[in-house]
Design a protein around this ligand. Structure first.
Ligand code: AMP
Length: 216
């Protein structure tokens, strides 16, 4: 059976950072829907052009295209043992679609760590966030600066500030999260899969709690 872990939580709470660490520690593929959209944007694909109009406004890309993109990604060989899903699902329709497609990939959602933090912290974290252009590695100008200013520690590529990390768009993204993604907290709690984690602590502390909780 393959293992699938869904990371749930608001924008800026540290899902991406933790997903990368988890993916290495559990030897599972890391699938970030936001990174996939940004990759499409960079390569100027039709999907990228479509997604841009929603991403710029801080809105969700429609379910049908998002689901098709994730299904395609999950069918690749590096997901055979399973995956860490970061940013997907974000609506109940996406969660239902995920259940159906995972059956096909001989698995189901095993655990859903739900990372939380107060809105002021989310705005502060996204406002100072820098993202690596090549592979999406994440930095923060105050909490996790790169060793060399402007460059990614891992692959040396340029790091940049995402357009949608501006305060106005972040506020909108948090509102969209509360309206459209929050119902998933109950969805996975009822399924007995939710693991609540306090995301206000340091990256290292959150990782420790996360790995400990997943062992149980
Ligand atoms: P993220 O990098 O996860 O913050 O995602 C950046 C943007 O990509 C979001 O604000 C949405 O516009 C879009 N996006 C990412 N994941 C999804 C998803 N599961 N469903 C719809 N839109 C998404």
């Amino acid at each position: 059976m393959a293992t699938y872990i869904v990371l749930l939580g608001p924008p800026g709470v540290g899902k991406g950072t933790q997903a990368r660490i988890l993916s290495e520690s559990k030897k599972l593929a890391h699938i970030s829907s936001g990174d996939l959209f940004r990759e499409n944007l960079k390569n100027q694909t039709e999907l990228g052009k479509l997604a841009k109009s929603y991403m710029d406004k801080g809105e969700l890309v429609p379910d049908d295209v998002t689901i098709a993109m994730i299904r395609d990604r999950l069918s690749r060989p590096d997901c055979e043992a399973g995956a860490i899903l970061d940013g997907f699902p974000r609506t109940p329709a996406q969660a239902d679609a995920l259940e159906v497609m995972l059956k096909e990939f001989r698995g189901s959602v095993d655990a859903v760590p739900y990372i939380t933090a107060a809105e002021t912290i989310l705005v502060e974290r996204t406002g100072g966030r820098w993202t690596c252009r090549a592979q999406g590695h994440i930095y923060h100008e105050k909490f996790n600066p790169p060793k060399q200013a402007g460059l990614c520690d891992v692959d040396g590529s340029e790091i940049y500030q995402r357009d949608d990390d501006k305060v106005e768009t972040v506020t909108k993204r948090i509102r969209v999260y509360l309206e459209q993604t929050m119902p998933l907290v109950d969805y996975y709690r009822k399924a007995g899969k939710l693991i609540e984690i306090d995301g206000t602590q340091s990256v290292e502390s959150v990782t420790k709690v996360l790995l400990g909780a997943l062992k149980r």
